[in-house]
Design a protein around this ligand. Structure first.
Ligand SMILES: Nc1nc2c(ncn2[C@@H]2O[C@H](COP(=O)(O)OP(=O)(O)OP(=O)(O)O)[C@@H](O)[C@H]2O)c(=O)[nH]1
Ligand SMILES: [Mg+2]
Length: 293
C-alpha cells in the first residue's frame, strides 16, 4: 500500500450526449449511470468511486451543459453547476462534433473559479488516431487544461491515460470512501433510473422528456418485489407508454427487469403502472415530489 495517495472529486462536464455516463460505467466496470443515444439522459448527480493502490478518484456524473427554460432543465443545470463548483477538478469531455465554440460554452462554468480541468476527447473510435490528435490540438487552447487524452468509452481505449492524467492533477489526500464502495446512490434510485433508461431507449420524440419514474414499493426477497409508477404529463403520452394491447409497457418492464436482476443479484417481480401527473416537468412542486430537489 502506498504511503500517500492522490484523491479528490472529479466532475464530468460536457455537452449532452458526449458519453459522460458511458465513460463512468466503463471506468468503474459497472453500470451505475444510465445511458441513451438521446441527449439529456442524466438528470441528477451520480457518484462513482474508482480505487487503486495509489489513488481514489470520486467521479461525479452530471447532466450535460445546455440552455433551456423548462423547470426540469433549469433544475438539471443548477445541479450540474453546483456539483462542478464543489469538485476539485473538471474532466471536460468532448466528442468529435465539438468545436472551439461549443467547448467555449461548456468551460464558461469553470472560468470564474479558474477550476483545474483536464480535456478528454471521447468516441475516438469514430476517428483515426491522427484526426483525434488534430481535434485535441485544435481545442486544447480553449482553457488552460492540465493535460488531454483521447478515449473510447465503448472499447475502453485510452482509459489508463485519463486516469494517469487525473491522478497527476489531484492533490495528495485521504480516501473519502471505503475501498469496497462503488457509489452512494441508493439501490431504489438505481432501479428507478434503469426503468427510466428503458423509456428513454424504447420511446420516441417528447416521451422520454415527459417521463419520471417513482418506485413506490421495494420488498427484498426471492423474488424481490418492486412496484413502480411511470409518470407522464398527458393522457396521450400515457397511451403511448402503455402501447397497443399493453405491448410497450411489457417491453419496458421486461428490459428493466433484466437489468435490475443483474444489479440486485436476485430474481425480480416488477410491476409497472403509468400515471398522468399533469405538466410535472414544468412545475417546481411536482419536480420536488418526484425527487428532483
Ligand atoms: N461510438 C461511440 N459512442 C459512444 C461512446 N461513448 C458513448 N457513446 C454513445 O453516446 C451516446 C450517449 O452516451 P451517454 O453516456 O448517455 O452520454 P452523456 O454525455 O452521459 O449524455 P447526457 O446524460 O444526456 O448528458 C450513447 O448512445 C452511447 O452509446 C464512445 O466512446 N464511442
Ligand atoms: Mg449522462
Amino acid at each position: 500500500m502506498a504511503d500517500t495517495i492522490r484523491s479528490g472529486f472529479v466532475a464530468i462536464v460536457g455537452r449532452p450526449n458526449v458519453g459522460k455516463s458511458t465513460f463512468l460505467n466503463t471506468v468503474l466496470g459497472t453500470k451505475i449511470s444510465i445511458t441513451a443515444s438521446k441527449p439529456q439522459t442524466t438528470r441528477d448527480r451520480i457518484l462513482g468511486i474508482w480505487n487503486s493502490e495509489d489513488a481514489q478518484i470520486v467521479f461525479l456524473d452530471i447532466p450535460g451543459i445546455h440552455a433551456s427554460d423548462k423547470a426540469l432543465n433549469r433544475y438539471m443545470m443548477e445541479k450540474a453547476l453546483s456539483v462542478i463548483s464543489d469538485a476539485d477538478i473538471a474532466l471536460v469531455m468532448i466528442d468529435p462534433a465539438d468545436t472551439v465554440q461549443t467547448l467555449s460554452d461548456v468551460v464558461l462554468s469553470l472560468r470564474e473559479s479558474g477550476k483545474d480541468a483536464v480535456l478528454v476527447l471521447n468516441k475516438a473510435d469514430l476517428m483515426s488516431p491522427e484526426q483525434a490528435g488534430e481535434k485535441l490540438d485544435a481545442l486544447r487552447g480553449v482553457y488552460p487544461f492540465k493535460c488531454s487524452a483521447a478515449v473510447s468509452s465503448l472499447t475502453g481505449r485510452g482509459m489508463i491515460e485519463v486516469l494517469d492524467c487525473l491522478k497527476e492533477a489531484l492533490p495528495e489526500g485521504p480516501r473519502f470512501f471505503p475501498e469496497d464502495m462503488i457509489t452512494d446512490v441508493p439501490v431504489r434510485f438505481l432501479c428507478q433510473e434503469l426503468i427510466r433508461e428503458k423509456v428513454f431507449t424504447l420511446t420516441k420524440r417528447e416521451i422520454p422528456y415527459a417521463t419520471a419514474v417513482e418506485v413506490e414499493e421495494f420488498r427484498e426477497g426471492e423474488p424481490t418485489y418492486i412496484r413502480a409508477v411511470i409518470h407522464v404529463e398527458r393522457p396521450s403520452q400515457k397511451a403511448i407508454v402503455i402501447g397497443a394491447g399493453g405491448r410497450m409497457l411489457r417491453e419496458i418492464g421486461k428490459e428493466a427487469r433484466i437489468d435490475i436482476q443483474r444489479l440486485l443479484g436476485t430474481r425480480v417481480f416488477l410491476e409497472l403502472f403509468v400515471k398522468v401527473t399533469k405538466d410535472w416537468s414544468k412545475r417546481p412542486r411536482s419536480l420536488k415530489e418526484l425527487g428532483y430537489k
